[in-house]
Write a protein that binds this ligand. Structure first.
Ligand code: CTP
Length: 399
């Protein structure tokens, strides 16, 4: 089951309490988290990579120089909803406070904008050392959540503050921290994806090249940030996302009906589907044979997003997409702004689809234009990253 905001990257520092994180992985999974483990080289002296692979059921990355072609430190940094490091050693605290990037884990932390939660565990003298205290203060000022270690017996006979906390407390603190960072919590977002098909006869249709990847990426990103998402998918081949309500439609008329029924209960509509502007006036109920072929009469489909733009109430946001082939930025911007105004939108993403870019690709480029005047140039980035940028702007527009 997909649980909103619950993909954890678990870093393991090189301390004896690394073995306690085996239990942490299990309890995180019980709580609906999907866990990917990144152990530091020194932690492998305590718990080996195969233990983490078996417990997490996922590939374990241990160094910066494997699978380089996938740029794993960037992918791992972007594809989680939070980073937890347990145990965090004194050395890791120091390296993180300095912003160093001398192994895979510190590279990931530096490259990630996601919430970061540290679970320090070390000998009491190390924990109370002024150098450690200063490193913890620096990290807290930068927004890291640093969980206080427990008081108790150490690995040897010493007693003091520095023990790896009870797993239940760690999970409690992670849950609370993620809840605070779920900035779309309580928002209902309606998202359309894919491309409509208009029947000519039972076997032929007028369609388009939209894959639905952008709409699915948006749905996933919004759900991860806590939103309640209803996805309306037209003719996509993508796997459904557990935990996201998905309605499948085929034609523009079907999409129009579902969007209009759902929009009054939504805070925002993101209309990323490619809707056919027209349909066949009279589609045939039987397969047309060669002898019957005649010119096809077409009629306009409803403009779904423009209709919603007219019915929206104060506080509701409507986001449209446009596909343009103009290579001049100025023309892209004016075409986008015209469409935004004509359709009563609050935000529009103008896709630059010149030279066959974008369709079916995992990447996109273009321009995000807000009614309020903000214009954001989008270089070639992944559709996942665009989703985050668009949702950030949607939050601004929602106020
Ligand atoms: N749209 C819609 N209903 C339609 C056609 C389009 O809701 N019948 C929405 C699309 O989902 C998208 C935006 O309107 O959000 C795009 O508008 P459109 O005018 O179709 O732009 P382009 O696809 O760029 O096409 P054109 O420039 O030819 O108008």
């Amino acid at each position: 089951m997909f649980v909103r905001g619950r993909q954890i990257l678990l870093g393991i520092g090189g301390g004896i309490s690394a073995y306690k994180s085996c239990e942490l992985v299990r309890r995180l999974q019980d709580n609906g988290f999907v866990v990917s483990v990144v152990p530091t080289q020194s932690s492998l002296n305590f718990v080996g990579a195969s233990t983490w692979a078996a417990l997490s059921g996922r590939k374990v990355y241990t160094d910066l120089w494997s699978d380089v072609e996938d740029v794993p430190h960037i992918a791992l940094a972007q594809n989680c909803s939070a980073i937890v490091i347990a145990p965090t050693t004194a050395d890791l605290l120091s390296r993180l406070a300095q912003g160093r990037a001398d192994d895979l884990l510190t590279n990931i932390v530096l490259a990630s904008t996601k919430p970061k939660i540290l679970v320090p565990a070390m000998h009491p003298e190390m924990w109370s050392n002024p150098a450690t205290i200063s490193n913890v203060n620096i990290l807290r000022q930068r927004g890291f959540l640093v969980i206080e270690p427990d008081h108790g017996r150490m690995t040897g006979d010493d007693v003091g503050v520095g023990r790896y906390p009870e797993v239940a407390r760690i999970i409690d603190e992670i849950n609370q921290h993620l809840l605070r960072n779920a900035d779309l919590l309580g928002k209902k977002i309606l998202i359309t994806a894919g491309g409509t098909r208009e029947n000519i006869d039972p076997v032929r249709f007028i369609g388009n090249r939209s894959s639905g990847k952008q709409g699915f990426a948006l749905a996933y990103a919004a759900a991860k940030r806590g939103a309640q998402v209803h996805l309306i998918a037209a003719n996509t081949q993508l796997p459904v996302i557990d935990g996201i309500t998905t309605t499948f439609v085929e034609t523009a008329d079907e999409m129009d009906t579902v969007v209009k029924a759902e929009f009054p209960f939504s805070d925002a509509l993101i209309m990323s589907a490619a809707v056919s502007d027209f349909k066949v006036a009279q589609s045939s109920d039987h397969k047309l044979h060669k002898q019957e072929i005649q010119p096809i009469d077409i009629v306009l489909n409803p403009d779904i997003v423009a209709g919603v733009g007219m019915m929206k109430q104060k506080g509701q946001i409507v986001v449209g997409f446009a596909a343009e082939t103009s290579i001049e930025l100025q023309k892209l911007q004016s075409a986008g702004r015209d469409k935004l105004l004509a359709k009563g939108l609050d935000l529009i993403y103008v896709n630059d689809v010149s030279d066959g870019k974008v369709f079916g690709s995992d990447q996109t480029t273009g321009m995000l234009i807000a009614k309020s005047g903000t214009v954001i140039d989008i270089p070639i980035i992944s559709k996942d990253t665009l989703s985050e940028i668009l949702l950030d702007q949607l939050l601004v527009e929602l106020g």
